[in-house]
Design a protein around this ligand. Structure first.
Ligand code: NAG
Ligand code: NAG
Ligand code: NAG
Ligand code: NAG
Ligand code: NAG
Ligand code: NAG
Ligand code: NAG
Ligand code: NAG
Length: 429
């Protein structure tokens, strides 16, 4: 059988090209095909797709590990149903040692649309979850972020796309799906996912000549200039010890990873989970963006015996994982930093962009930083010590003030000179 195409009525955000290299074909994954017939033996639901999951779980020693769950060759599709105007269609598959996945799909007059995906993974499966602390099935529900698909068209996505939720990354590719198939025939008309569409219109550099003379009616949408990556969204992260918050961080994070050329990656706070450990002399915040990026920040207390103690950022490490199989693409660590220092019991703040150089290929840019790794009380930041960069905000009034002073001096001098002149003029009269 040739490469199978597949579909689950679900689409997600595009993967970073970096993490997507060689999406189809090279690893042994199995396609699932679900072809459900109605009472008259006509196909009413068709799906053929490939998927895998990256799942973060807690291991026996309290560390969090990310594992890859693949479909097995022996997947079954028990429980899949056609659906109709009132009942949702269901694509359900069971695979491996007690794992299952399903999506229910609803229809209205013109479209059909995935509603929820349900993943049940079984941490008793020691091949996938060695040393899982908690054993047994775990079920999560993931709202399908994809938009509706026209009825009587088949949703097709050859490229991979990712849907993230909590500690799960779902990766789909080679997807072909049509729910509510009419007349027993999967449609020839395709609805393609965003990932399969040409990335952008050909970029004709606009010249001032054609910009003003081109007939506007026929003009294609103006080519957008290569857009600098926007600043990342600011996220709030915290750690608890027992039920007490012991670490607080507010920060927007951006990675600059140089492979062939620098690539800027914004960390999405919405999909990022924090864990780590508080302590009296060291504290670590680990962020997992659910999109194959792990960043760890380790803080330490300076010369713990001194009477006035300060903390500082000692170590940052960044690990990029391959989306598709969870293997490490690159790993960078700098454990010799001495940044972000502030008195113990206070917090550190730096709103401006800052750069942490992790190694020659990896930088972490921070924005709107406010962090307190030690001695958090009542779930609130203590008084902030601000970074010197932020002193620009003080510099501006100084510059303005100095300019005003000069201006006043000039006016005073001009006034005096004017007075003298007019006095002199009066005298000569
Ligand atoms: C359904 O159709 C297939 C081929 O289209 C045929 O092989 C099969 O026997 C049919 N089954 C029933 C129950 O009619
Ligand atoms: C579907 O599940 C039921 C009950 O678990 C089982 O009896 C049946 O054999 C299964 N059918 C298939 C096709 O796996
Ligand atoms: C789809 O499945 C989810 C999870 O089981 C359920 O909450 C939801 O009501 C279902 N949607 C429909 C339309 O049946
Ligand atoms: C299904 O068959 C009916 C009757 O033959 C026809 O009117 C309708 O257009 C067909 N629908 C599709 C999607 O082919
Ligand atoms: C993050 O926390 C700050 C206060 O510390 C609050 O103003 C802001 O709304 C929070 N942002 C989010 C996304 O929760
Ligand atoms: C990204 O890193 C590269 C190499 O370290 C550097 O040349 C480039 O200026 C950086 N880009 C940004 C936007 O920081
Ligand atoms: C990153 O740092 C944390 C805390 O120091 C450590 O547990 C982890 O193993 C480090 N990861 C890498 C890839 O160096
Ligand atoms: C994961 O995929 C990458 C990219 O092709 C490959 O080089 C690597 O060997 C794979 N790792 C595993 C553990 O399958």
């Amino acid at each position: 059988m040739g490469p199978r195409r597949s579909a689950a009525s679900s689409r997600g955000r595009l993967l970073l090209p970096l993490l997507l290299l060689g999406v189809s074909g090279f690893f042994q994954s199995y396609a699932v095909e679900v072809d459900i017939k109605d009472a008259s033996n006509a196909t009413c639901l068709y799906a053929n797709w490939m998927m895998r999951f990256l799942i973060t779980y807690e291991s026996n020693n309290g560390d969090y590990k990310t594992t890859t769950l693949n479909l097995s060759s022996s997947a079954t599709h028990n429980g899949s149903v056609c659906g109709n105007d009132t009942q949702a269609a269901l694509v359900a598959v069971q695979f491996g040692e007690g794992h299952s996945w399903s999506i229910n799909i609803t229809k209205n007059n013109e479209t059909y649309q995935g509603d929820f995906m349900t993943l049940t993974y079984n941490t008793n499966d020691t091949a996938v979850f060695p040393d899982a602390k908690r054993k047994g099935p775990v079920t999560i529900f993931i709202k399908d972020p994809a938009g509706p698909v026209q009825l009587n068209t088949v949703f097709v996505c050859h490229n991979s796309f990712v849907i993230e939720a909590e500690n799960i990354t779902q990766i789909f590719w080679n997807v072909t799906v049509q729910a509510f198939v009419q007349n027993g025939t999967v449609s020839k008309k395709e609805t393609r996912c965003p990932a399969d569409r040409p990335t952008s219109a050909p970029t004709v550099p606009p010249t001032s000549a054609n910009a003003t003379t081109a007939p506007t009616t026929a003009a294609p949408p103006a080519p957008t200039p290569p857009k600098p990556v926007e600043n990342p969204d600011t996220g709030n992260y915290s750690l608890k010890s027992g039920n007490k918050t012991c670490f607080l961080a507010t920060v927007g994070l951006q990675l600059n990873v140089s492979q062939d050329k620098p690539l800027l990656i914004n960390i999405n706070p919405k999909t990022t989970v924090a864990d780590g450990a508080c302590g009296n002399t060291t504290a670590t915040l680990k962020l997992n963006d659910g999109n194959s990026t792990l960043i760890g920040f380790t803080f330490a207390v300076k010369n713990a015996s001194a009477s006035v103690q300060k903390f500082y950022l000692r170590e940052v490490n960044v690990t990029l994982l391959n989306h598709l199989n969870g293997s490490v693409i690159s790993s960078a660590d700098n454990n010799n930093l001495s940044k972000w220092d502030a008195f113990l019991g206070s917090s550190y703040m730096c709103r401006k962009e800052q750069t942490l150089q992790i190694n020659e290929n990896v930088q972490v840019h921070t924005f709107n930083l406010w962090i307190q790794p030690f001695l958090v009380e009542a779930n609130k930041f203590a008084t902030a010590q601000e970074c010197s960069l932020d002193d620009d905000s003080i510099l501006i009034p100084i510059v303005v003030g100095a300019a005003l002073a000069v201006l006043i001096a000039i006016i005073v001098v001009a006034y005096i000179i004017g007075r003298r002149k007019s006095y002199a003029g009066y005298q000569t009269l």
